[in-house]
Design a protein around this ligand. Structure first.
Ligand code: NAD
Ligand code: UD1
Length: 349
């Protein structure tokens, strides 16, 4: 059912969004952009990888308030109460575990949290006839893709439990959309989300030693780590180091709002890459960070990391065509904003 443009902006028609995992890195940035776009926001989070402070910061940035519920997305009773107590129009589902190596060591925890959690949520949504959902998928579903850039039509071949979780939930959603055409679903495949809100109030707060490049670079810059280990310089790339599609987390959050607007127009199933559509090497990122922050990043070249891919970047044209969305922030913006967050919050939240 097509709706006129601007439909979503009309208060009290379709405005309340449940954000699962809203206290986390991407969810908190999505909350900012939802509030900026005049949606009402409820957050459900069990704080297994976040703190309630992030929500306070979102409220500070936007000057608006969020209803925060501490609870687990696998807990049907909590969800049922939440959907009974609130008129929810759509869900953004970020809640999940995301560490690839952890998923290899603890597959059951990952299937339980990421797959069972999603199924429980979908069951309750179905019971309450809430049929609009944006799901956090990942470019990791493509596995070792030969496509450069990678379109949504590329074969899916995840190779770790985390990737399997994302693919399975995408499949569940696709099956629901066939059985129940009234559902509107966006599975968004993120490339490499990085950076922080320009206010420096919210950002990525990894536990322990960061696995990912950008938070590691930031921690080297602030003096928490001695030097960056660059995992291999013998890939077939511009300088031998791995190439990735780094997307500013604010651009990513805006992509979610664009997807939600599309859902509310009655779009059925959408599966979209969210990336910048261009790749940078590890050393290009290091140079950009040094140039935009005037910090030196000592590094050494070490062996390749097992499971790494040489070049991975999105064909981002479908999201542009379908949502009218594309990234606007540069690698310099990413580095500057990551650095502002790091210096304002050297120990995280
Ligand atoms: P995050 O860990 O910062 O946020 C996830 C949030 O979900 C946390 O606040 C955590 O406490 C909460 N949570 C986890 N399990 C829960 C449960 N069972 N019930 C309620 N809350 C729960 O991670 P993020 O980087 O913000 O990622 C958000 C989503 O995006 C995840 O689904 C992740 O797999 C996906 N994703 C992330 C990346 C990335 O690089 N960050 C890339 C692709 C996809
Ligand atoms: C990793 C995950 C991927 C997940 C993504 C989320 C693995 C194998 N892959 O992807 O499933 O969706 O995070 O953002 O864990 N690098 C260094 N030194 C470091 C850290 C990274 O040189 O200390 C290099 C890597 O080799 C890679 C690039 O930096 O070339 C980016 O790495 P990272 O940030 O970990 O992201 P991905 O490997 O793309």
């Amino acid at each position: 059912m097509a709706q006129p443009t601007g439909y979503l902006r009309i208060k009290n028609i379709m405005t309340t969004v449940l954000v699962t995992g809203g206290a986390g890195y991407i969810g908190s940035h999505a909350c900012v952009e939802l509030l900026n776009a005049n949606f009402d926001v409820l957050v459900l989070d069990n704080f297994c990888n976040s703190k309630a402070t992030s929500i306070k910061r979102v409220e500070k940035i936007t000057g608006k308030s969020i209803t925060l519920i501490e609870g687990d997305v696998r807990d049907k009773a909590t969800l049922t109460m939440l959907f009974s107590d609130h008129q929810i129009d759509a869900v953004m589902h970020f809640a999940g575990l995301k560490a690839v190596s952890d998923s290899v060591n603890n597959p059951l925890a990952y299937y339980d949290n990421n797959v069972m959690g999603s199924i429980t949520l979908l069951e309750v949504m179905s019971e309450f006839s809430v049929n609009n959902i944006v799901f956090s998928s990942s470019a990791t579903v493509y596995g070792f893709s030969d496509d450069k850039p990678i379109p949504e039509t590329a074969p899916l071949s995840p190779f770790n439990p985390y990737g399997h979780n994302k693919r399975m939930v995408e499949q569940v959603l696709a099956d629901i959309s066939i059985a129940e055409p009234s559902w509107n679903i966006a599975s968004l495949r993120y490339f490499n989300p990085v950076g922080a809100h320009p206010s420096g109030e919210i950002g990525e707060d990894p536990n322990g030693v960061p696995n990912n490049l950008m938070p590691y670079v930031s921690q080297v810059a602030v003096g928490k780590r001695e030097r960056l280990s660059v995992f291999g310089n013998d890939y077939p790339t511009i300088d031998g180091t791995g190439v990735r599609d780094y997307i500013h987390v604010v651009d990513l959050a805006l992509g979610h709002v664009a997807a939600l607007n599309k859902l509310m127009q009655g779009c059925g199933l959408l599966t979209l890459n969210l990336g910048a559509g261009r790749g940078y090497s590890v050393l290009e990122l290091v140079q950009a960070f040094e140039a935009s922050t005037e910090q030196k990043i000592p590094y050494e070249i070490v062996n390749r990391r097992a499971g790494d891919i040489a070049i991975y970047f999105a064909d981002a044209s479908l999201a542009k065509q379908v949502l009218g969305w594309k990234t606007t922030k540069t690698l310099e913006d990413i580095c500057r904003d990551a650095w502002r967050w790091q210096t304002k919050n050297p120990n995280g939240y």
